[in-house]
Design a protein around this ligand. Structure first.
Ligand code: ATP
Ligand code: MG
Length: 462
């Protein structure tokens, strides 16, 4: 008698030979093909897996290439000269193809990655496995497709090929179980749907909503990584919309969940995405200011009210200190962010006051000016306001390292572009120095001097 199980087993794997799919070896980096070939020559199986296979089948350029093999990490290490094993419980091999580029080679595993789930709850089950098991532990069906480097076929154990065609994001197995195991997968679902222009399956959408509250238990470091992946993926606006739709934003970043922020946030993120599409890599301070700007403005007032920008800086730093901790932002990065945000009030209202000339040169020569300007450009594009002020400050934009007011941009624009000062700014005489935490110094002990060697008062030391 044929058991139900054996019928199910017969369905998978689906193997598409090389002439039945669009993925060609020509679209894979030659160095990656060489690594795959060397693993095979060592007598092991070697597959490409995950996002790279998904993206190549969709005709997109993959961000990076991941390899899965039946070779154990130590066996992989023996095959390559520049190979390092990382990870504590589950070891991964990083094979370097240049000084700063490596390919991750992972041994097939049976259970979930302890680093991928909460507090290592699943660590005990973590053992190497067969490719079929490796396919089952991955998050979504479209992320579980394998490219067999031996014959260039694509192998599907979970229905990823069908979902890819239907543009459907579907968890492998029961979505409630998978999202409960690792709620960060809900954030990944929101990002993948936006990035790939996919829809979540009905069951996944329902499960995402019902499991959203679990995100509070997720590891802060992983959440931080996901946040930056979102801000840099080129589809941050769509991802935010999905996070709202999945009711996840209110659990993860409740500070941003109020509807009154959605329009401004979505306009700024759309600009961030457009810049990403042109391969621009925005700094962390600009990305986080784009995310939190409405909160900052609410705290300080649009134009900073009567306070100086230094006062605004201190206020932001203190008021949102807890948020910085939650987002795991190092202190220096948090300083950069608060500086970028606090300087917007000066950028919005240049001019005025008898000491303005001195002030603006100092302001534009400050190390924080380029990032503040970068965010200001985003703000101008997002709101359609402050175009005149942007032109005013652009005279000071210069290549890094060149003193203020001397760069080719400043020279090219010269005084002709210069606009008369706009509204006077009461605080313009303030110093542009950024308040830095005072260094604590041990008081110096008075030096004992030999009275005979003492210099006469006012004399230069020998
Ligand atoms: P991206 O284009 O963002 O890199 P990706 O699919 O390659 O997308 P990665 O974070 O690089 O995403 O992960 C590589 C692969 O590891 C995924 O395709 C998926 O198969 C698996 N994976 C990653 N995170 C998880 C997770 N939390 N749970 C299960 N599998 C995961
Ligand atoms: Mg990847």
């Amino acid at each position: 008698m044929i058991s139900v199980l054996s019928i199910f087993r017969k369905k998978y794997p689906i193997i598409l030979p090389t002439d039945r799919h669009v993925m060609s070896r020509g679209s894979i980096d030659p160095e990656v093909l060489e690594i795959l070939a060397r693993i095979r020559r060592g007598g092991f199986k070697a597959y490409l897996v995950g996002g790279c296979v998904r993206d190549l089948l969709l005709g997109k350029k993959p961000k990076d290439f991941d390899i899965a093999t039946d070779a154990r990490p130590r066996q992989v290490k023996q095959l390559f000269r520049r190979c390092f094993l990382i990870g504590r419980r589950f070891r991964l091999a990083h094979v370097y193809i240049s000084r700063d580029r490596f390919v991750e080679v992972a041994t097939f595993r049976a259970a979930v990655d302890p680093d991928e789930v909460q507090g290592g709850r699943y660590a005990a089950n973590n053992v190497f496995g067969a490719i079929e098991e490796d396919a089952q532990r991955r998050d979504f069906t479209v992320n579980s497709l394998y490219f067999n480097s031996a014959d260039s076929s694509v192998v599907d154990y979970t229905g990823g090929l069908r979902d890819l065609e239907k543009k459907l994001l579907r968890s492998i197995g029961d979505p409630v179980t998978r999202f409960t195991e690792d709620p960060v997968r809900i954030i990944r679902a929101a990002r993948f749907c936006a990035q790939l222009d996919f829809e979540p399956s009905g069951a996944d959408l329902k499960a995402a909503k019902s499991c959203a509250r679990l995100i509070k238990e997720a590891n802060d470091q992983r959440l931080r990584e996901e946040l930056f992946k979102i801000l840099r993926c080129g589809a941050s606006e769509g991802t935010m919309r999905n996070l709202i739709r999945f009711r996840l934003l209110q659990e993860w970043l409740p500070e941003l969940a109020s509807e009154r922020y959605h329009d401004g946030l979505s306009r700024r993120l759309a600009v961030v995405d457009r810049r990403r599409a042109k391969s621009e890599d925005l700094p962390v301070s600009v990305l986080i200011t784009a995310l939190l700007y409405d909160l900052f403005v609410e705290a300080t007032g649009t134009d900073g009210g009567r306070q100086s920008f230094q006062e605004a800086f201190i206020l932001l730093k203190e008021r949102f200190g807890e948020m910085a901790g939650k987002l795991r932002l190092p202190r220096q990065e948090w300083d950069n962010i608060c500086n970028t945000a606090a300087r917007q009030m000066i950028l919005m209202r240049p001019g005025g006051g008898k000491n303005w000339k001195k002030f603006e040169n100092k302001f534009a020569g400050n190390a924080y000016f380029p990032h503040a300007m970068l965010f200001f450009e985003i703000l101008v594009e997002a709101t359609g306001k402050y175009g005149e002020q942007l032109a005013y400050w652009r005279r000071f934009s210069r290549p890094a390292g060149e003193p203020a007011g001397t760069g080719p941009v400043a020279a090219a624009h010269g005084a002709s572009v210069r606009k008369p000062p706009l509204k006077p700014l009461a605080e313009c005489a303030d110093s542009t120095e950024t308040p830095k935490p005072k260094k604590r110094r041990r008081p110096r002990r008075p030096r004992k001097r030999n009275p005979q060697q003492q210099q006469p008062l006012g004399g230069a030391p020998v």
